[in-house]
Ligand binder design. Sequence first.
Ligand SMILES: [Cu+2]
Length: 207
Amino acid sequence: MTPEDDRNYTRRRLLKTGVGVTAAGTATTLGGTATAQYEGYLDDEGTWAGQTADARGIENITIDVGAPGNTGNLAFAPVVILVQSGQTVRWRWTGEGGTHNVRHDADNPAFESELQSSAGATFEHTFEDSGRYPYLCDPHVSLGMKGIIVVGEGNVEEGTDIVGLDQLGGGGGFNTAAAAGGAAAFGVVSLVGVAAYRELTGQTDGY
Ligand SMILES: [Cu+2]
């Protein structure tokens, strides 16, 4: 670890334990039990702030593959979303962070994409059955590249904040992220993801 990595790591740990949250200047609330949520599946995911993003009823909900985080562009964003039965989720590759895939983390995966690296590549799955669907990127799972699709509100982990997609990481990050990230092509969801990451890591304040 470089000193910079070490600082980032420390900051992430602080965020995950609910200390120093107000420094991020957001309305984010983190419980002290954040690391135990979703059976600890996201304990080593560096961007998740203990929130479940409410994507119910949103047509063409899109998750970025290769969003900033996990010591590179090695995150899904948003990390955890809530959808309803029958809804289609689309993953869209940002083109950053190398080659990624999306694979349901189960003995008999309900969904699994090809390995892809090109910006704009997509993968879709329609979720019919209620439940929790943890998933990962095989090349980067050891670095924390994981996410969860929650189907049905009853499957949201108790104690997890359900927030609107526009509230991830606080409402003020939209324009900042768009200007600084040059990510206009990625659309609304990706901008939210970038904003959330910047808020959490303090990337814009030169930390
Ligand atoms: Cu990956």
